[in-house]
Design a protein around this ligand. Structure first.
Ligand SMILES: Nc1ncnc2c1ncn2[C@@H]1O[C@H](COP(=O)(O)OP(=O)(O)OP(=O)(O)O)[C@@H](O)[C@H]1O
Ligand SMILES: [Mg+2]
Length: 114
C-alpha cells in the first residue's frame, strides 16, 4: 500500500483528475496548498520595482494505491497530464501506507483502498 502525493498546478487539476478516473483511480483527496521549489517562488516586475511571491498556489492530490505497479501508473498519468514544460509543474512524493479502512464496511487494506 502506497500514498502518491502530487503537488501540481491548480489549472491542471481537472485534467489530471479525469485521467486518473479513466485509468481506474477514482478515489483521491485534493487540498489547496501553497508551495515553493528551487526557484523560491516567482519574481514579478511592476513599474520597475521587483517583488517576489515566494509561495505559489498549488494543489496537492493524494491517491492511495495497492501496489508498486499502481504507483508507477499513477506517476505516469500525473506527469503526462500536469506537465507544461515550464518551471513549477510540480513534484510527486511516494509514501508507504500502513493501513486503510473503509468506514462503511470495515474492510481493510487492499479491499478498502479502491
Ligand atoms: N523539496 C520539496 N519538499 C516539499 N515540497 C516541495 C519540494 N519541492 C517542491 N515542492 C512542492 O512542489 C511544488 C512545485 O515545485 P516545482 O515544480 O517548482 O519544483 P522544482 O523542484 O522547483 O522544479 P522546477 O525546476 O521544474 O520548477 C512546490 O510549490 C512545493 O509545493
Ligand atoms: Mg520550481
Amino acid at each position: 500500500l502506497y500514498m502518491v502525493e502530487a503537488v501540481i498546478r491548480p489549472e491542471k487539476l481537472d485534467e489530471v483528475k479525469d485521467a486518473l478516473d479513466e485509468a481506474g483511480y477514482p478515489g483521491m483527496t485534493v487540498i489547496d496548498v501553497k508551495g515553493r521549489g528551487r526557484q523560491r517562488g516567482i519574481v514579478h516586475r511592476y513599474r520597475d520595482e521587483e517583488y517576489r511571491i515566494d509561495l505559489l498556489d498549488k494543489v496537492l492530490i493524494m491517491i492511495a494505491v495497492p501496489s508498486e505497479e499502481d504507483v508507477e501508473k499513477v506517476i505516469d498519468i500525473i506527469c503526462e497530464h500536469a506537465r507544461t514544460g515550464k518551471p513549477g509543474d510540480g513534484k510527486i512524493f511516494v509514501l508507504p501506507v500502513e493501513k486503510v479502512v473503509r468506514v462503511r464496511t470495515g474492510e481493510t487494506d487492499e479491499e478498502a483502498v479502491q
